[in-house]
Ligand binder design. Structure first.
Ligand code: FES
Length: 313
């Protein structure tokens, strides 16, 4: 694909419009879908597609928004360095965050987690399905698309700002007030998803009514991260995982064939059994009980508290 246009939405968020190299219609997509963009140094990044109306079929532009992470691993810096005319390799759209049919919906977006929610809200509005749309950001000037969102979704939209306590997002009140048949969709950083899951569990909301997508680089290096070893139980091979690298990245470079998808810690596809060692869980898939049991882990984002993990690989 080719970059058709790039514009700043906030000091950290840029919107990028992509068209097919050579022009023409693009594949249709479901609300909540994403594409993956290949990075020049290898690997890729997932970005949700944005549409404020129902024109997801037969369109000729893919619109994404990317938040610059100066301390990240370089994907967002590369995306922010693009200019019109640059060429990218992009996958077809895929949706891991589909809307259920015919149920009222509460949409909760945190920060750049707003991006998949826009097409979902547009679809709900087009269907005539009742929905509430809450979007929280650090401050007013950190909120992307505030004018377009207000114009498109009117009273269904509620904006919240962390630095305005009177207007902060009250997750507990929203979840306690959830209608018995309503579904909850949340997209944002790990802390927000964990808080929503805990509150929903306490409020007795069935887990099949909670849908979430992590919008965070959970594999990013955290202060205090140290190297650890991963031993494959099948062959005895040992790999060293340095801070800032994921188990999947290192094992794949070593020729190990692995199954995974999101690489963010929210799909559960890469879940792997632990033979010995103590994991440092960084996903949003496992329940508290599963974390404590320490028998499985998501190897795309989670690390180790022990010096070595022996994995059933
Ligand atoms: S690949 Fe999705 S949780 Fe690891």
């Amino acid at each position: 694909m080719q970059v058709a246009a790039i514009r700043k939405l906030t000091d950290r968020i840029a919107e990028i419009e992509l068209v097919a190299s050579g022009g023409g219609a693009l594949p249709g997509w479901q609300p909540g879908a994403h594409i993956r963009v290949s990075l020049p140094e290898g690997g890729d990044r997932a970005y949700s597609l944005i549409a404020f109306d129902g024109t997801r079929d037969g369109g000729d532009i893919f619109r994404i928004a990317v938040q610059l992470e100066p301390e990240g691993q370089g994907g967002s810096r590369f995306m922010h360095s693009l200019t019109a005319g640059d060429t990218l390799t992009v996958t077809e759209p895929k949706c891991d965050f589909p809307l259920v049919a015919d149920a009222p919906v509460l949409l909760l977006a945190g920060g750049i987690g707003i991006t998949p929610m826009i097409s979902m809200a547009a679809e709900l509005a087009a269907r005539g399905t009742p929905f509430e749309f809450h979007y929280a950001g650090r401050a007013r000037n950190a909120i992307a698309y505030s004018g377009e969102l207000a114009d498109t979704f009117g009273p269904a939209l509620h904006l919240h700002f962390d630095d305005e306590p009177d207007n902060a997002l009250d997750l507990k009140a929203l979840i306690d007030g959830l209608a018995p048949d309503a579904h909850l969709y949340v997209c944002g950083p790990r802390g927000m998803i964990e808080a929503v899951r805990k509150l929903a569990e306490s409020a007795g909301v069935a887990s099949d009514r909670i849908h979430f997508e992590l919008f965070d680089n959970a594999a990013a290096k955290l202060e205090g991260d140290t190297p650890f070893e991963v031993e494959l139980a099948s062959t005895g091979q040992v790999f060293t995982i340095l801070p800032g690298r994921s188990i999947i990245e290192v094992l794949e470079e070593g020729g190990v064939d692995l199954i995974y998808d999101c690489q963010r810690g929210d799909c559960g596809i890469c879940q792997t059994e632990i033979v010995s060692g103590t994991p440092d869980h960084r996903d949003v898939v496992l329940s508290d009980a599963e974390r404590e049991a320490g028998k499985v882990m998501q190897i795309c984002v989670s690390r180790a508290k022990s010096q070595r993990l022996v994995l059933d690989l």
